[in-house]
Design a protein around this ligand. Structure first.
Ligand code: ADE
Length: 253
């Protein structure tokens, strides 16, 4: 996958995107992240990229010319791409969106600053306006990196076997169960007995139950979503409801 990032701060990407799993994916040519300083496209003699808003008010607006020219240049021999603008006004990012974006071959991110982009850039070029949450950051660079990281790990070949969490139908959509590693007793802090039993059926049941417990406690909204999904069989859903009942009974006793 090729990812172009239009930004005024390309150096922000060097550290984070060249390390660890994302760095390795780039070295293995599975992924190419290409930060582009759109100031380099400015035709202004002072390399200006922003201007005062029409209608007055505070803040500056990113101008059409440098960003239009950068986008025309990047896409001149291509027609299969999505242009993502990072903005608090966008649709809130989630795992489904990460999955959808991970299937593309070319993504272009635009990192806004100040009051954002001239609306004509959005109307002409942008296919997706995305926010990473209900808070305001100083620019789109960190959101772009968050999104790139979550997309990259879904591209086949990026994670190795030990790094991937099995995207098994039951766990997908629930919060993760707790994990433990050796030793079984650390400063008298012990590991749940079932995990040491070697009984894989019981371990699986324990994990599902712990996942459901945590999801009910922290994200009850996800439980209904899971029950509405049509990629999970009726039988699995009944099993799931039975576990919820067990949890409710346990909590009431
Ligand atoms: N730019 C500033 N804040 C943002 C956010 N929460 N999501 C995406 N882009 C942003």
């Amino acid at each position: 996958m090729r990812i172009d990032v239009l930004t005024l701060f390309p150096d922000m990407f060097a550290g984070i995107m060249n390390e660890s799993i994302i760095g390795r994916a780039q070295q293995n040519d599975i992924l190419k992240i290409n930060p582009i300083n759109f100031r380099d496209y400015s035709k202004d003699k002072h390399r200006k990229v922003d201007d005062y808003p029409y209608g007055g008010g505070s803040g500056m607006v990113l101008m059409n010319q440098p960003i239009f020219d950068a986008l025309e240049d990047i896409t001149k021999d291509r027609n299969n791409y999505r242009v993502i603008y990072l903005t608090p006004k966008g649709k809130t990012f989630n795992q489904e969106m990460a999955k959808s974006l991970s299937k593309e071959t070319h993504l272009i991110f635009i990192c806004g600053h100040y009051e954002g982009l001239d609306q004509r850039i959005i109307d002409t070029w942008v296919t997706d306006e995305i926010s990473i949450g209900d808070y305001v950051l100083t620019g789109g660079e960190l959101p772009a990196m968050v999104i790139i990281d979550s997309i990259a790990r879904l591209i086949p070949g990026v994670l190795n076997k030990n790094e991937s969490f099995i995207d098994e139908s039951f766990f997908n959509g629930l919060l993760e169960y707790p994990h433990y590693t050796r030793p079984a007793d650390y400063k008298s802090l012990t590991v749940p007995e079932v995990l040491l039993s070697g009984n894989h059926k019981m371990i699986e049941k324990w994990r599902i139950k712990e996942s459901i417990k945590l999801t009910i406690e922290r994200r009850p909204d996800l439980i209904n979503k899971l029950l509405e999904r049509n990629d999970i069989s009726y039988k699995k859903k009944e099993e799931f409801k039975k576990i919820i009942k067990e949890i409710i009974i346990e909590n009431n006793t």
